[in-house]
Design a protein around this ligand. Structure first.
Ligand SMILES: Nc1nc2c(c(=O)[nH]1)N[C@H]1C(S)=C(S)[C@@H](COP(=O)(O)O)O[C@H]1N2
Ligand SMILES: [Mo]
Length: 207
């Protein structure tokens, strides 16, 4: 659902969209956290270039499927390829970036290179690695974890210390390298930038 469908190499995106350093907290759904200096550009810049039609309301992210290189993808217990989704207004928020680098260098394949999504107010698994296709759609896309365990991993998956995972508390987290646990912050500390996206929504229902 775009006026201008396009294929880009990572080099072309780096030329066109000029990645900048963004230092973000990352909160894993399992209670780990760290701070990461990404090199990336707002996803909104890419969306602007392809011009979503007025019918588009969600963005669907599809990632690399290559069982020869990634033997774990030979297992039938997961519905590969890994896919993710965002509401269009979440995708257009300035905090949402596509990263092609980290720590001042290229993005290693293990961290999602050539290009990955980074959505710092959501649990880490929403930040899909090794993207191969981004689609504008008019339905809420399926996501891998939601397909496997819908009661544990919702579509939104916003970091929220008040909504526990069914098997553990989300009130605290352990920053990698530290021993004391920290309090988890609402929307991972990005409340001022993103709380308006969820006004009037029950975040216990839309977890
Ligand atoms: N393409 C792709 N991205 C993905 C996943 C995946 O399986 N494939 N797993 C997600 C999950 S569940 C986690 S925990 C993190 C793991 O990232 P790491 O290996 O860099 O810690 O990647 C997320 N992004
Ligand atoms: Mo995970």
């Amino acid at each position: 659902m775009v006026k201008n469908p396009k294929t880009f190499t990572v080099d072309e995106m780096n030329q066109l969209f000029k990645p900048e350093e963004r230092i973000y907290r990352m909160r894993c759904v399992e209670g780990w956290s760290l701070v990461i200096p990404w090199l990336g550009f707002p996803l909104s810049r890419l969306l602007e270039a392809v011009e979503p039609t007025t019918a588009a309301s969600y963005v669907r992210f599809e990632t690399v499927f290559s069982p020869d290189e990634m033997p774990g993808q030979n297992t039938l217990s997961y519905p590969w390829p890994y896919q993710e989704g965002l509401r269009l207004d979440e995708a257009n928020n300035d905090l949402t970036i596509l990263a092609t680098g980290m720590y001042g260098g290229e993005l290693p394949a293990q961290n999602g290179g050539g290009i990955r999504l980074v959505v710092p107010w959501k649990y880490g698994f929403k930040s899909a690695k090794a993207l191969v296709k981004i689609e504008l759609v008019d339905y809420q896309p399926d996501t891998l974890w939601n397909a496997i365990a819908p009661n544990e991993y919702g579509f939104y998956s916003n970091v929220n210390p008040n909504v526990d995972h069914p098997r553990w508390s989300q009130a605290t987290e352990r920053r990698i390298g530290e021993t004391e646990r920290r309090l988890t912050l609402m929307f991972n500390g990005y409340e001022d930038q993103v709380a308006h996206l969820y006004e009037g929504m029950d975040l216990k229902v839309n977890y």
